[in-house]
Design a protein around this ligand. Structure first.
Ligand SMILES: [Fe+2]
Length: 241
């Protein structure tokens, strides 16, 4: 399960997850912040068809205005548009909105009811958990690794982020529970840990693993400087914010 990436972190995550992965899903924000939008799009096309769109994908593809983005994000949208070939723009514009079912899990970008709504709190997660027909749903948009479970009218916040000295934590799926989980963001984590974040669902063992792996952040930042991308976008990679 991937949410927003750039080539440097994507390559590293692929190396980490390849041996365990039979398929891969991405739930939005393919492009919009990083220095390699074309290469990332092509790589994603080559490994999965299970991709849904995020708000920046829509803005870059021209199917949503970026007027309500902050000026920094709007600059990145304009720069990204100039990097993509007509074929990639067509592919991006055709990405479906969530919810999308893929191999037994549901992919959404924001909330079930609204792909552009942020889900930070149990109250925001509840309606989607009640509506979901599957055990496992994955969302993105907040770039915060974590999630929620629902069982017999109780909703719980799950502490799923690996600690700084650990590379992964595991969630055991309990019978009768439903889960709404955020694998975090590979390319721009915002939960205070700058390492790339993703999740691996292991249905054979009823486990979801939440991973954090380091990557060469300075190398990505120098590519962003070369591309004249806005300074705040470059600096936030160091902070994971
Ligand atoms: Fe988003």
């Amino acid at each position: 399960m991937f949410h927003y990436t750039h080539l440097r972190s994507f390559g590293h995550v692929n190396a980490t997850s390849d041996s365990q992965r039979s398929s891969c899903h991405s739930h939005g924000l393919v492009v919009g912040y990083g220095p390699d939008p074309a290469a990332v799009s092509e790589k994603l096309q080559s490994i999965t068809k299970d991709v849904i769109r995020g708000n920046h994908d829509k803005a870059v593809a021209g199917i949503m205005t970026s007027d309500d983005f902050n000026p920094v994000a709007r600059l990145a949208v304009d720069w990204t548009q100039a990097q993509l070939s007509p074929d990639l723009m067509t592919w991006l514009a055709a990405l479906p909105a969530g919810p999308k079912t893929a191999e037994g899990v549901v992919l959404i970008h924001g909330a079930f009811q609204d792909e552009d709504e942020y889900v930070f709190t149990p109250g925001q997660a509840l309606e989607g958990l009640l509506d979901s027909s599957t055990v496992l749903s994955f969302f993105g948009h907040t770039h915060h690794q974590g999630g929620f479970s629902y069982h017999e009218s109780d909703i719980a916040v799950l502490p799923l982020r690996p600690r700084p000295m650990e590379t992964f934590s595991a969630l055991h799926l309990e019978p009768g529970h439903k889960y709404l989980l955020n694998p975090g963001s590979i390319g721009q984590p915002r939960d205070g840990d700058p390492r790339a974040a993703f999740a691996i669902a292991d249905f054979d063992h009823d486990i979801v693993e939440f991973w954090r792996v380091p990557y060469d952040i300075p190398a990505v930042q120098s590519r962003m400087y070369e591309a004249n991308l806005p300074e705040p976008l470059i600096h936030r990679l160091t902070l994971g914010r």
